[in-house]
Design a protein around this ligand. Sequence first.
Ligand code: 5AD
Ligand code: SF4
Length: 481
Amino acid sequence: MKLYIETVGCQMNMLDSELVVASLRKDGYELTADVGEADTILFNTCSVRQHAEDKIYSALGRLKNAKRQHPDKVIGVLGCMAQKDQGLIFKRAPYVDLIVGPGQLHQVPELVREIRERGGQRMEVSLGRKDGSRHEIERSHESFDPLRDPTMRPTPFQAYVRIMIGCDKFCTYCIVPSVRGPEQSRRASHILAEARQLAGEGCREITLLGQTVNSYRHREGDRTWRMSDLLAALHEIDDLERIKFVTNYPKDMTNDLLAAVRDLPKVSKYLHVPVQSGSNAVLRRMKRGYTVEEYREVLARMREWIPGVAVTSDFIVGFCGETDDDFQQTMDLVRESRFKNSFIFKYSERPGTKGAELYADDVPDDVKRRRNNELLELQNQISDEENHAFLGREVMVLVEGPSKAAEKHGAAQRAESSPSPAFSEQLQLTGRTHCDRIVVFTGNRRQIGQFLPVVIYDANAHTLFGEVVTQHVGPELFTLS
Ligand code: 5AD
Ligand code: SF4
């Protein structure tokens, strides 16, 4: 049986898809990249912005004929949009067989089997945030993490590890607390066991995932684990060499965590701490729980405690009532903050959020677009300057694989059916520094998965370009490659 799966959205979704694939493989499924030959077609969806949902509905629309011609194909919608739209998906695309929320993904294999055997449609979703006691709602959002599928990971030596699910912050623009449920931290002993297993399988870098990952807190016996405790324990795992974590909530950036990032060599000196806006009026309407002044204090503290730390942020432009003056304050904040990079989004109203209920989505789309471009241009200029500071410096790179250009070139070569490149052939590789900067350099395939020293000779806003350091040993120069 062949499985086609398409994933949109955040790292949490990538991880969910990995787990769904692993569980379906146990049922005898093989992955295919060709939707035409798939027996089961799954979409793991995102609800954070309207655009992500529109893309899924049009992808579903394109399957209408395929399903008419092959009624035995099983089509499923998983994840956040499944939880948010529920039966509406069956109304808009009646040929969909399966709707499964993020809290029920472990049931996918059984549900697919049932549909194959008995036909009909199935829907499994969690309780809404007002549909029961906190305990009942939490139980309905159980995540599942034990089965892993190395082939679905970004690379065999990198993996995501979930440490929390859900969110309780209820920022007024955000759908996540309703679709991913209450904030729940995972048991530290389970996280450590999973990380040890991954390291045993050859994984050298893990990225810890949570909506507000630095709010992690779990009581086990008479010990309460904080994020800093978890990092210290993960740091002890021998074969693990790099530890990252996303996404941080500004107000929970405590000094014990900053000290852990500073003092534990394996922890990346990279912090994603979204501020969303530089205007106090907008932050208040967003219900972010801090002022611009408080964010500035957090930023200064991160820089003071962790020399050389790379900080990144998210911004929403055109949130309800955002004036030109509010936007200029965001520009000012970006100008002074020197983020490594920023993810910038136009506000997208999400039905069911407080924002949609309380405020009019009153910034016209062309104004949103203009502000988006302006902010992006400013950030790109800063990223470019910050990256140029690396010229001549040596960085340690975890090599992830062929660069995009090399992959394209390889694909073109394969299409012309020329012989496959020799193992030792030089090609353009890409990897990341400890501070999460992308580095492109020339090397060979067997360096993929290794840590290499690279000297930087060029840079732009998104990429550093370098050369593997040659070491002087004895009378001759030779490269580590
Ligand atoms: N509209 C636009 N962007 C949003 N984000 C979350 N909700 C919305 C929305 N309704 C952005 C925030 C968040 C990132 C993951 O997505 O910037 O940090
Ligand atoms: Fe959404 Fe705010 Fe929670 Fe982040 S912290 S997931 S933006 S509600």
